[in-house]
Design a protein around this ligand. Sequence first.
Ligand SMILES: Cc1cc2nc3c(=O)[nH]c(=O)nc-3n(C[C@H](O)[C@H](O)[C@H](O)COP(=O)(O)OP(=O)(O)OC[C@H]3O[C@@H](n4cnc5c(N)ncnc54)[C@H](O)[C@@H]3O)c2cc1C
Ligand SMILES: *[C@@H]1O[C@H](CO)[C@@H](O)[C@H](O)[C@H]1NC(C)=O
Ligand SMILES: *[C@@H]1O[C@H](CO)[C@@H](O)[C@H](O)[C@H]1NC(C)=O
Ligand SMILES: *[C@@H]1O[C@H](CO)[C@@H](O)[C@H](O)[C@H]1NC(C)=O
Ligand SMILES: *[C@@H]1O[C@H](CO)[C@@H](O)[C@H](O)[C@H]1NC(C)=O
Ligand SMILES: *[C@@H]1O[C@H](CO)[C@@H](O)[C@H](O)[C@H]1NC(C)=O
Length: 598
Amino acid sequence: MLQWSSSFALLACLPAVFAKTYSDPSQVPTTKKYDYVVIGAGAGGATVAARLSENSGVNVLLIEAGISHQGIASVEIPFLDSSNAPNTYLDWNYTTTPQTSLNNRVIQYPRGKLLGGSTSINFMGYNRGSQNFWDRIARVTGDKGWSWSSLQPYFKKLERLTPPADHHNTNGQINPSAHGTSGPLGFSLPGYTLPIDSRIIGTTKELPSQFPFSLDQNAGTQIGWGWTQSTIVDGSRESSATAYLDPNANRGNLDIVLNAQATKLIQTGSQGGVPTFLGVQFAQSASSPRFAVNATKEVIVSAGAVGSPHLLMLSGIGPASQLQSHGIKPIVNAPGVGQNLQDHALLSNFWSVNSTGTFTIDDIIRNSSLFNDLMSDWQKDKMGMFVVGNPNQLGWERVPSNAPIFRSTQDPSSGPLSPHIEYLPFNGWISFVNPMPSSGNYLTIFTAVVAPAARGSITLTSSDPFTYPNINPNLLGSEFDRYAMRYAINATRAFTAASAWKGWILGEAGDLANAHTDAELDAYAAANTATIFHPTGTVSMQYTGGNGVLNSDLTVKGVNGLRVVDLSVLPYIPEAHPQGAVYVLAERVSDLIKASHH
Ligand SMILES: Cc1cc2nc3c(=O)[nH]c(=O)nc-3n(C[C@H](O)[C@H](O)[C@H](O)COP(=O)(O)OP(=O)(O)OC[C@H]3O[C@@H](n4cnc5c(N)ncnc54)[C@H](O)[C@@H]3O)c2cc1C
Ligand SMILES: *[C@@H]1O[C@H](CO)[C@@H](O)[C@H](O)[C@H]1NC(C)=O
Ligand SMILES: *[C@@H]1O[C@H](CO)[C@@H](O)[C@H](O)[C@H]1NC(C)=O
Ligand SMILES: *[C@@H]1O[C@H](CO)[C@@H](O)[C@H](O)[C@H]1NC(C)=O
Ligand SMILES: *[C@@H]1O[C@H](CO)[C@@H](O)[C@H](O)[C@H]1NC(C)=O
Ligand SMILES: *[C@@H]1O[C@H](CO)[C@@H](O)[C@H](O)[C@H]1NC(C)=O
């Protein structure tokens, strides 16, 4: 796995210049002069650490609470992605507060705790967000650098379009000219044909006015159904760790410490009354000793949409009265820290299907001999069904502009090129809420509200860094969100009524079969909805009418030395799978950081 092992023999006679990976906080040389200390090795942190350390004249320390990503089969093999969380050794194991709009259910809230962060355990769907999405970010932050057209060079810089694992001809499945071909982050089209692929494409031909085919969902317009682009290269997962850290393991100026949780940002001075935060305290566990290190230029917080607001509040940067009520002395009153949490509500809808002459994931899960056959296919040459970890197609749709909901509610989406809802079709029973039945074959279509109006929050429960905060994503917490979910459920009925499904779909399964009126659809959604794991916005940039915490270059307002670079910085949730948004913002901000310390 170690990328540098082949060049090691060549360089063995030179003094050690390789990046050091410390497995324990006590090993970090805390008196070493680090220019930058980056906290969290997920989509944001790994990208920034790799870009900043391109300059061999600066030293970078990357602090990660979790373990290494290397040598873990379920992390590498796309099909096993759903076994990585919740409640495993790769997960923080967060849970939400009781969700008022979901019958007060508590929802599991996984976040990756390893190099690569959540990109090492996610489902690998790769989206950029639409043109309207980025143009709204530019507009509300007053920074043209965030516009779709300004970010195009950064998308191309970070992307590497690769052939699918089965090397099929991808003509008509993507617009290659919209993409980068030589960046660190590899991605590809689906590498294995599933029995439902032709039925889905057939439905787009049969019902094009509601479900049009879309050649490329990452080329500015995000409406319609098309082939999924995934962070998968040659049949294996690509994460921020495999893309940005492994290839740079030969850098002597990038140190990484594992099993090290940042417990506090420390004020190291002040300039003209503005506090400077260049110190970072970290520890392996609640009972182990604390260590500290100072950066000379900047501390970059990339602990994710849960970890970053939590760490800021523990450090005295947050809503003053909330901090005081937990015995934390406020240094900077920043009322927006932890507020503005948005997420995508997700519902699994099931149909039972004809088992004659077909197979579904249900067969693989129930038949260990079939499972082992497919595993050997993957082990032999990274081919076969295990190269697939998410749907081969994704669908995106807008709630029609003449829908009654818009008489009473403003459109929460960023514009006509952005969807309100997403469909994810699976060749089998897939759910985070409803256990798989012991018999039968199924089709699942996830419906997700990707332009929610609801907002929730992350608040402190304690001043102890090892006690988790309250996480309230407020799923389906607005009238628009519930309407959009009802609309989406109805739309799956129109979709599956296409003749492309005849003779295969036998009928609706689970609670869906009994949900028809709006009241029944609401009750069905409340009982079965959870999350698609996209928390966003809890340390957001300043935006019109909002309590923004950051300047548009992601520096923290009212503080010197501190930046936040992860999904918490966006004032609106992408109407898309969000990892692409984090990569591109980390790429742009890496250049801003380099420019401000040249
Ligand atoms: C199960 C699952 C499936 C998903 N599927 C998809 C998908 O298909 N497509 C998609 O685009 N997105 C998906 N996502 C979301 C996507 O992975 C995240 O939005 C993205 O990784 C966020 O990047 P980030 O840098 O903000 O945070 P993360 O990638 O979560 O990284 C944060 C890092 O900081 C570390 N950390 C946290 N606190 C501390 C601390 N105090 N000290 C040190 N380190 C700390 C964490 O351990 C982690 O490594 C999924 C997420 C999950 C959990
Ligand atoms: C999450 O739960 C798993 C299974 O119980 C456990 O092994 C792991 O240590 C937990 N992770 C954390 C961060 O507590
Ligand atoms: C960090 O800087 C502060 C303030 O200058 C100083 O008190 C502290 O000793 C430094 N810590 C380390 C580990 O160098
Ligand atoms: C299980 O899968 C094997 C192929 O690996 C197949 O031969 C067998 O018939 C399957 N068993 C059942 C009960 O479907
Ligand atoms: C969904 O369909 C039902 C039954 O046709 C209808 O009564 C309801 O108004 C529809 N809801 C939405 C939001 O479209
Ligand atoms: C199931 O599929 C088989 C084979 O295509 C077909 O003969 C049969 O009629 C189907 N059953 C139903 C109930 O549609």
